[in-house]
Design a protein around this ligand. Structure first.
Ligand code: ADP
Ligand code: MG
Length: 273
């Protein structure tokens, strides 16, 4: 299995001329194949920028950005990106939307429709093949978004606040669905959110980003058993971790954080110096 992400001393600047500023500052992340990692950080800290670089849409100033030891310099279906907003073709049916990526790869129609049907079943949309995006709820459209990325069998799934626009109940359903899918296909997931509950519930490890320019200031390993039950969010351990994350997002000062860590939790500062 593959899908290893290695980011070393990544610096990235955005804007032009006088407007140019540093968005990412010597950022380091290592993710082994198959891990589910959530990236938590304040608004505007550079989370989407980092994902854009990993997807191959943004070029960086210095450092290394490697997936399976290959330098990332352009988009590739091996690195699938799911956003909050919808990117479906309104004039294509659900099955056509999902099969579209395979059409681009030149895969024959019968094969791509079969594969698209499998994806439809995987995301729980059986029976909606012929519908059009506008006929589906927000949560269902988001399932289609996920299916159309998964059909490429990505090694790495990059998710940028994918459930941010959904109501609370739909959101929990989608989180559960995503975990079920991930347990089936075991692709590496880098999931961005500013929702602490979501990060702690979903991931093996939470990385916490500083204010702009973004770097990783802390990480927390989660040992809650899988498959996970949403009930864990009410356990004392979860609540303590949540408090810790809230503090971490407020303070960039790690020495202060060490005193705040209430449980001596398995946490490791990855900031150098
Ligand atoms: P996040 O996803 O963490 O909220 P972003 O990565 O979207 O943050 O943005 C990081 C910072 O860069 C923000 O202050 C944002 O306003 C700014 N920004 C994002 N894209 C551009 C761009 N193309 N040109 C200039 N500034 C940008
Ligand atoms: Mg963002």
């Amino acid at each position: 299995m593959q899908g290893e992400i290695r980011i070393r001393d990544l610096c990235l600047h955005l804007g032009k001329g006088e407007q140019r500023f540093q968005a990412l500052d010597h950022l380091n992340i290592q993710i082994p194949p198959g891990e589910f990692v959530c990236l938590l950080g304040p608004s505007g800290c550079g989370k989407s920028t980092l994902l854009g670089a990993l997807a191959g849409h943004l070029s960086y100033s210095s450092g290394d950005l490697l997936v399976d030891n290959e330098i990332v310099h352009q988009p590739h279906p091996d690195r699938g990106l799911v956003f909050q907003h919808h990117t479906l073709f309104p004039w294509k049916s659900i099955i056509e939307n999902i099969a579209f990526g395979l059409k681009m790869k030149g895969i024959p129609v019968k094969e791509r429709l079969e594969k698209a049907k499998q994806m439809i079943d995987l995301v729980g949309l059986t029976g909606f093949e012929k519908k059009f995006p506008a006929e589906l709820s927000g949560g269902m459209q988001q399932r289609v978004e996920i299916a159309r990325v998964l059909i490429n069998e990505p090694k790495v799934l990059l998710m940028d606040e994918p459930f941010g626009a959904l109501d609370a109940q739909t959101r929990v359903h989608m989180q559960q669905l995503l975990l079920d899918i991930w347990q089936n296909i075991k692709t590496t997931v880098l999931f961005i959110t500013h929702d602490i509950d979501e990060a702690l519930y979903l991931s093996d490890r939470v990385l916490i980003m500083s204010h702009r320019p973004g770097r990783i200031i802390d990480e927390i390993s989660l040992n809650f058993p899988r498959p996970r039950d949403i009930e864990i969010v009410t356990t004392p351990e979860f609540v303590e971790l949540k408090k810790y994350c809230m503090q971490a997002l407020k303070h960039d000062d790690l020495s202060n954080l060490k005193r705040l860590n209430p449980l001596g939790l398995p946490k490791k500062a990855v900031r150098e110096g």
